[in-house]
Design a protein around this ligand. Structure first.
Ligand code: PLP
Length: 414
């Protein structure tokens, strides 16, 4: 090989192996030293060859310095973890097979049995159910508090182990006073955990605002191509050691192929999110002035209840825009069916624009009054804005809103 590396470090065992042996062992073993490519190799291996040094490390430390089984550690997973830690400005990170695996492991690792977790009432539905049922069944007391009720947070946090919040609520994109919440957690000696999925580290790095641990559904902005499911936890080494130890027991580790694709996608995270910020801010302003639109929620709009906080905390408003069309949910469905570019799908953060109605997807589990209490009124649509040319997205939404207007289709829809 021109770079001095050989394919074969070890001599072949037999001169003329049978075809089954050749199929399994032919070509020899991989070289011990590989050339450095421009991207991280995929170590698509569940296990790794051991030698005397590896056994010595396993006996002495439990194998901390050795890659020997992928659920315990794998070079591709370590590489993508290190990139995510760098993006959040953290010491350490662990990746998982889903956001839910990351969140479950983190909450259980950092809240003692018999201890208490104080969580925001406004949470992603599966995480709300996880806390209310599974975490409570696992012997932790769970208390829910309204995001903006700082007095209630202070009261509930006394003696608590952990705080759990999200950076932007779904779908109304409410923003909590995160530095104030982190300060309350610190005062109470509770570990402050925050889900940064909706903002991404491009728009907000919660560790800089006093949070201890950040969790992600890496399925969303971190990966950005809607082609895999993954999760991540980042924070200081001592907290992450507890998370990693429980991750090994609970399982939920990420597959190396998915880790490699996530690693590659992360290289364009800032490019994608900056474009999504621009597109979403443009669409939010345009929708606000559209006669067929009744209300728009976007953190950087002056009409947003948390606009001042958003301007102080966020580097960009993010790629999510929630809006309400006149004519209720039937009209909303007609608008979605008329779109040519935006795809009807849940999830978010991908390069392609997605649209969904919370009442029959993300917030199906809530009654109509419960939905209205958190601002989801009939006709509400949630856009995850992609990286397309914004003029094309405007045209697409405009034709859908115009074609479905009551004045055009000749019936009052309500
Ligand atoms: N957190 C938030 C804010 C989410 O939106 C989601 C998924 O939709 C999750 C966590 C769960 O992540 P995953 O679907 O990757 O398990």
């Amino acid at each position: 090989m021109s770079n001095g590396h050989s394919h074969h470090d070890e001599p072949a065992l037999t001169v003329r192996p049978g075809s089954s042996t050749a199929a399994v062992h032919g070509g020899g073993r991989p070289p011990r030293t590989w050339p450095r490519g421009t991207s991280t190799p995929i170590f698509q291996s569940s296990t790794f060859e051991l030698d005397d040094d590896a056994y010595a490390d396993i006996v002495a430390t439990g194998g901390e310095g050795t890659w020997w089984y992928t659920r315990l550690g794998n070079p591709t997973l370590d590489a993508v973890s290190a990139r995510i830690a760098a993006l959040e400005g953290a010491e350490d990170a662990v990746v998982f097979g889903s956001g839910m695996a990351a969140i479950t492991t983190t909450i259980l690792a950092l809240t003692r049995a018999g201890g208490r977790v104080v969580a925001a009432r406004e949470l992603y539905g599966d995480v709300f159910d996880l806390l209310r049922q599974t975490i409570a069944d696992a012997g932790r007391t769970v208390r829910f508090v309204a995001l903006d009720d700082l007095a209630a947070w202070k009261a509930e946090l006394a003696g608590a182990d952990t705080m759990y919040v999200e950076t932007l609520s779904n779908p109304m994109l409410r923003l909590a006073d995160l530095p104030a919440l982190a300060a309350l957690a610190r005062e109470a000696g509770a570990v402050a955990i925050v889900d940064n999925t909706f903002t991404s580290p491009v728009n907000l790095r919660p560790l800089e605002h006093g949070f201890d641990v950040v969790v992600h559904s890496a399925t969303k902005y971190l990966n950005g191509h809607s082609d895999l499911v993954a999760g991540a936890v980042v924070g200081p080494s001592d907290k992450l050691a507890a998370v990693r130890q429980l991750a090994v027991r609970l399982g939920g580790c990420l597959d190396p192929s998915a880790a490699s694709r996530l690693d590659q996608s992360l290289k364009t995270l800032a490019l994608r999110v900056e474009r999504q910020n621009e597109n979403a801010a443009h669409l939010a302003r345009w929708l606000q002035s559209h006669p067929e639109v009744q209300a728009v929620s976007y953190p950087l709009l002056d009409s947003h209840p948390d606009a001042q906080l958003a301007q102080r905390l966020l580097a960009g408003g993010g790629g999510m825009v929630t809006f309400q069309v006149s004519g209720g949910d039937r009209r909303a469905a007609a608008v979605m069916n008329s779109l040519r570019l935006a795809l009807q799908a849940t999830s978010l953060g991908g390069v392609e624009t997605l649209i969904s109605a919370p009442h029959n997807t993300s917030h199906l589990g809530l009654s109509t009054p419960e939905r209205e209490a958190i601002g989801i009124l009939p006709g509400t649509l949630r856009l995850s804005v992609g990286v397309e040319d914004v003029a094309d997205l405007v045209d697409d939404l405009d034709q859908a809103l115009t074609r479905t207007a009551a004045s055009v289709i000749g019936e009052a829809m309500s």
